[in-house]
Design a protein around this ligand. Structure first.
Ligand code: ATP
Length: 353
């Protein structure tokens, strides 16, 4: 099922608009992550797609047909919201069968069929044998999987997941991510999930939509949004970034008062810009072989697994650059806090000021 979200607006009384003319297409069978800061409108967007929230304007199309006025039941979506808890007084099997049991009599399967379906789904989420347990007798990760099985029980064509692994510890999260990707590949449901964890979005999804202030900032595959960010916001949101104000002249970027460029080969019009680089793209250049670069003062030197992090103060600017130096690059051993260092940017992005 393809989902088209067209120019959706949604406000809540007394607040700035949660969705600001947001448009987005999720391809049939795609696993899409919605990534964005807190309050950017991700949950509201899922709720509008599910039919739990009525937008102030815009349209939702399912496979090209206008679904804007369809009820939640008629949209055939399964959803797992972060605080959409399991029913405590029901067993695992009863929780999973709930959506089917609650159907009007004419569309309700027999009890036996519901039990069979619950068993099948519990096998799918790898919880066989736990049918008769109560939610309190399960781990957090198991509960999340029961919630997913419950969402899948109504045979949705679309699956909406709001921070499905939000409350879990790092190890369980990682396992469940892999498991969800696997499940998606087996079932092929069009799936949209909300996260504010960029690693989760990159690792799990076919495409990522970066949401900012109720609008889509960029949509693309994980490598696209990471390597070709459309804006400084996307660049900053996809990982740690270093930003410096520069003047671009003839394809080279100059810091104020610095005769040598910090980067060259830049394809933007001359004028003031911001240059951004990831910490691993700021490298030590002790021999100054390229004629480009930047002198600064090393502040902190910290050892992390496989790499050394150096904070460098940029003279004349109230700015710091962060460098991630692979431990295998022996140059880091000569870096001492308080000493000058010389770096260059091997890869950078330039956006307007
Ligand atoms: P988070 O990552 O923190 O869950 P989000 O990106 O999912 O955030 P939303 O929950 O969609 O953001 O909220 C978007 C904006 O709409 C926020 O400013 C929020 O305060 C506001 N909002 C959401 N629901 C309501 C509501 N029922 N009443 C009033 N304001 C709301």
């Amino acid at each position: 099922m393809e989902i088209q979200v067209h120019d959706i607006r949604k406000g809540f009384d007394g607040h700035a608009a949660a969705l600001n003319g947001l448009s987005l297409t999720v391809a049939s069978g795609e696993l899409m992550a919605l990534l964005g800061p807190s309050g950017s409108g991700k949950t509201t967007l899922l709720r509008v797609i599910a039919g739990l929230e009525v937008p102030d304007g815009g349209r939702i199309l399912f496979d090209g047909a206008d679904a804007s006025h369809r009820s939640v039941q008629d949209r055939n979506v399964g959803f797992v919201f972060q605080h959409y808890a399991l029913f405590r007084h029901m067993t695992v099997a009863q929780n999973v069968g709930f959506g089917l049991s609650a159907r009007p009599r004419s569309r309700r399967p027999s009890r036996r069929e519901i039990r069979r379906r619950a068993e099948e789904l519990l096998a799918l989420v790898q919880l066989q044998g736990l049918e008769h347990r109560y939610p309190a007798q399960l781990s957090g990760g198991q509960r999340q999987r029961v919630a997913l099985a419950r969402a899948l029980a109504v045979e949705p064509t679309v699956l909406l997941l709001d921070e499905p692994f939000g409350a879990l510890d790092a190890k369980v999260r990682k396992d469940l991510r892999r498991w969800l990707r696997d499940l998606h590949d087996r079932t092929g449901h069009t799936t949209v999930f909300v996260t504010h964890d960029q690693e989760e979005a990159l690792e799990l999804s076919d495409r990522v939509a970066i949401i900012n202030a109720g609008r889509v900032e960029q949509v693309g595959s994980p490598p696209e949004v990471y390597l070709r960010p459309a804006s400084a916001f996307v660049f900053g949101f996809m990982g740690a970034s270093n930003g410096l104000p520069v003047e671009v002249r003839g394809g080279a970027a100059f810091l104020n008062g610095c005769p040598r460029p910090v980067a060259d080969g830049i394809r933007v019009a001359d004028g003031p810009h911001m240059v951004y680089a990831r910490p691993h793209d700021v490298v030590l250049a002790p021999d100054d072989e390229t004629g480009t670069g930047l002198r600064g003062i090393a502040e902190a030197v910290r050892v992390a697994p496989g790499l050394v992090r150096v904070d460098m103060a940029v003279p004349g600017l109230d700015k710091r650059l962060e460098l991630d130096i692979p431990m295998s690059d022996a140059h880091w051993m000569s870096v001492r806090p308080g000493q000058p260092i010389h770096v260059r940017l091997t890869h950078c992005h330039v956006f307007g000021p």
